[in-house]
Design a protein around this ligand. Sequence first.
Ligand SMILES: Nc1ncnc2c1ncn2[C@@H]1O[C@H](COP(=O)(O)OP(=O)(O)O)[C@@H](O)[C@H]1O
Ligand SMILES: [Mg+2]
Length: 277
Amino acid sequence: MSQLVIENLEVAVKGQAILKGVNLAVNEGETVALLGPNGHGKSTLLAAIMGNPAYSVTGGSIKFDGKDILQMTPDLRSKAGLFLAMQYPSEIAGLNSADFLKAAMNAHREKPMSLFEFYNSLQNAYKDMGIPFEMSKRNLNEGFSGGEKKRNEMLQMRLLSPRIAMLDEIDSGLDVDAMQIVAKAIEKEQRRGAGFLVVSHYARLYGIIKPTRAAVLINGRVVVEGGPDIIAKIDTQGYEWIKEELGIEIEKEEGKPMNTVSIGVCATKARVDDGKK
Ligand SMILES: Nc1ncnc2c1ncn2[C@@H]1O[C@H](COP(=O)(O)OP(=O)(O)O)[C@@H](O)[C@H]1O
Ligand SMILES: [Mg+2]
């Protein structure tokens, strides 16, 4: 069984300490929900696990199957079985989607796939994700809508069959139908035995994919870990109870352009219903 183990992880971005000693483990076959107010380091954690060079690991360790992955480049981490569906997938001008997917899939194999085999799996994957096959001819994410970008990330997950997949707000910006498609794709990989680390603010996705555990990241640390009941508690009460029960002062994010939802509303039921009606 594969296991991703993060110990005392410290990560800095542009010289600023963001993660301040994260401890977390994800086993193959289990689904862990990662919650926390915006700007507290969830995406930073996933980016550091995948090896994004903008995120410098200044302390601690990340091991996958007992191997120190901090020594591995992102492509080797991918080949080892890790996958990240990004919160903000990049648009890559000049890179044809089908070419990109073929290169990624072949990089995971000893011998390149036959064109027939490739197109067969490509067509099935596009169909499963409810994306018109025509889109495989377009440049990667270029001009895609928010929802199309998210579904395109899931398409990559399907084709690469990771052992542990990290999904960063895969459900934001999706309408109800697209959310069902994404949830189905996750369930399929769960049945195959993959492990998941899923960041979402919405109980709706978690209600379908049923995490086995939940962890809450606040001020750059995992401060609460437990059963899925934590998700329902945050969904109805937000994060105030953590402040009260653990005496943790939740740092507010200030002037952070990338994050548009503020703490206090990001995980309340009102906002979930608002966004989906
Ligand atoms: N590429 C980056 N450049 C500058 N600051 C960043 C970058 N990525 C993250 N940060 C900062 O790190 C902090 C944590 O952000 P992030 O990990 O995106 O939080 P979350 O995903 O929990 O909302 C924020 O203060 C954010 O502005
Ligand atoms: Mg984020």
